[in-house]
Design a protein around this ligand. Structure first.
Ligand code: 5GP
Ligand code: MG
Ligand code: MG
Length: 180
């Protein structure tokens, strides 16, 4: 698996140190606000788990799944709610945790959905932020790294469902794509 990586952009140590800083900031922001952390499946799971373990406040956790990318590297433009929350978000302070915000399509959909359901506040923390990809007007209140406009894998990010379990974020060798 590691042989398929062209270069590592963010090492495990770098990622964990960055998450520790975000966790401190978010613990201050959400202390006494009883936040509901909404983790976006499947990519944000690794980030969410590491983040919440470093937050020293009371918080609840739930999962939602929206799909924009179906297997490959190109977006289809379709959006589907694949797995819904079990928690009522009405009057809750919601913190969405994302792996990466690219076009912003997924995030815009989620923020609108949670606000329609009566959330008191909706903010987002994303490990990665790819502003050059932006097509939809969304706010990413907290993020770890501003990333270049490349297709990344690792630490939750997949190519055809694989590479999510890499502890770092990197770029795949072009030979991996050309084998398709
Ligand atoms: P958006 O809706 O902002 O365009 O994209 C959100 C989703 O697209 C992310 O949660 C992620 O699943 C996928 N995505 C966007 N950029 C990348 C990337 O560079 N690599 C991978 N593996 N997935 C990406
Ligand atoms: Mg995601
Ligand atoms: Mg994906």
């Amino acid at each position: 698996m590691n042989n398929d990586i062209e270069k590592v952009l963010y090492s495990e140590e770098n990622i964990q140190a960055t998450i520790a800083k975000l966790a401190d900031q978010l613990s201050e922001e959400y202390r006494d606000k009883d936040p509901l952390i909404v983790s976006v499946l499947s990519g944000a799971v690794l980030f969410t788990v590491d983040l919440i373990k470093k937050m020293d406040i009371m918080a609840q956790l739930d999962f939602i799944d929206v799909s924009t990318y179906f297997g490959g590297t190109a977006t289809t433009g379709h959006l589907k709610l694949i797995h819904d929350l079990t928690t009522d978000v009405k009057d809750r302070n919601v913190l969405i945790t994302e792996d990466i915000v690219d076009s912003g399509r997924t995030l815009q959909f989620l923020v609108n959905l949670l606000k329609e359901r009566g959330a008191k506040s909706v903010k987002t923390v994303s490990l990665l932020n790819k502003p050059e990809g932006r097509e939809f007007d969304v706010n990413v209140e907290y993020y770890g790294f501003k990333v270049p406009n490349e297709f990344l894998v690792g630490y939750g990010l997949d190519y055809k469902g694989y590479y999510r379990n890499l502890p770092y974020v990197g770029v795949l060798k072009s030979s991996v794509y050309s084998e398709d």
